[in-house]
Design a protein around this ligand. Structure first.
Ligand code: ATP
Ligand code: MG
Length: 335
């Protein structure tokens, strides 16, 4: 079957992959690969916008690649590679730095969250991150981008950049990419604080379930997950006022390919202890096979490096002609 639309999505090798990355991104890749031509990228250049230990970064990059494959992404049928292997991303990002406006980037909530009170001391890269993300997508002329809720604003910026570039230069080169926000768990929250997103960069290990956690670790973290003293909510309206409860119910639904409403109904008025036990069993059942497969793949470095080398070649074959066109449109010296 000819796949008409193209997807680009990326995951940072900035720490240990967690349930939010799986449910908000990687699990959806597995569904999307059947219908779309997919480029899945380990975005190591994004990772270094905050400090990364050089002895760990390359390993984490292989680990994200292993997670894609262990979760069911077919490495032969899709393009898997690391962002830094394809220099065209950075080359296009520079041009987009000259298209995007300061005001646009100043409104990005991820920058505000990540910079916190230390705005003067964070890297310039952390601020301009969204122009590199726009380049990641548009260098492949991707039409669709599966992301979690947290990346929606960056994708809107990508659309603005594409639109401005097309207008400024009187071209229709860049597609206006659509976000694909899929599944029940589009924003998995921290297990310690139901108002904060689950993140690789959260300092507390107990805030997230990692794809590398073993069964005991998963059971422990779910048992300790923050809740309130009430029994489980009776309906969605009540659940929406209780973020920790809603988060666990949503995770259950997403892992079970069910809906949050159905899970709320099944557990309405029950005690957290029994629900947490069922949630822990379900999480172990779904995550342990991925975790074991990841470990196995990580032992075969040659295999993973080969996949990324192949991906790099396929990615460059698409990216280079797009970059040449951009250079010509902008009037830059030929590459
Ligand atoms: P960091 O804290 O370093 O930014 P992260 O946990 O946010 O890491 P990313 O690599 O930035 O992970 O994101 C990879 C993908 O996972 C993106 O598509 C993002 O939208 C999705 N994602 C990240 N966190 C969550 C979450 N808590 N719930 C749902 N999707 C998420
Ligand atoms: Mg992130």
């Amino acid at each position: 079957m000819q796949k008409k639309n193209r997807i680009l999505s990326g995951v940072q090798p900035s720490g240990d992959l967690h349930l939010g990355n799986y449910l908000g991104a990687i699990k959806n890749f597995v569904t999307l690969q059947k219908k779309y031509e997919c480029f899945f990228c380990v975005v190591d250049l994004h990772a270094i916008t905050v400090w990364q230990d050089p002895t760990q970064l390359a390993k984490k990059t292989r680990e994200v690649t292993a997670a894609f494959i262990a979760s069911g992404v077919d490495p032969k049928d899709n393009v898997l590679f690391a962002q830094s292997q394809v220099p065209q991303h950075s080359q296009l990002a520079w041009i987009f730095n000259c298209i995007a406006r300061m005001g646009w980037l100043s409104r990005m909530t991820q920058f505000k969250d990540k910079a916190g009170k230390d705005k003067e001391n964070v890297s310039v890269g952390l601020f301009s991150y969204p122009t590199l993300m726009a380049a990641d997508i548009l260098i492949y002329l991707a039409t669709h981008v599966p992301v979690g809720e947290d990346q929606k604003q960056h994708l809107e910026l990508t659309r603005d950049i594409a639109q401005k570039f097309n207008n400024d230069f009187g071209t229709n080169l860049f597609p206006i990419a659509e976000p694909l926000i899929m599944g029940e768990a589009t924003r998995v929250m921290s297990l310690r604080d139901g108002t904060k997103k689950m993140s690789k960069s959260d300092p507390s290990d107990y805030s997230r379930i990692m794809l590398s956690d073993d069964a005991d670790g998963i059971v422990q973290k779910i048992r300790k997950a923050k809740t309130d003293p009430l029994p489980l909510p009776l309906g969605i309206d009540e659940a929406q006022t209780r973020p920790e409860a809603l988060n666990l119910l949503t995770i259950f639904a997403a892992l079970n390919d069910s809906t949050t409403i159905k899970v709320i109904n099944d557990y309405a008025g029950k005690e957290f202890s029994s629900f947490k036990k069922d949630l822990a069993d379900l999480t172990v059942e779904k995550i342990t096979p991925i975790s074991l497969e990841m470990k196995k793949l990580m032992e075969d470095r040659v295999y993973l490096d080969n996949i990324m080398k192949n991906g790099k070649e396929k990615a460059i074959a698409v990216a280079e002609p797009v970059l040449s066109q951009v250079y010509e449109i902008v009037g830059l010296a030929k590459t």
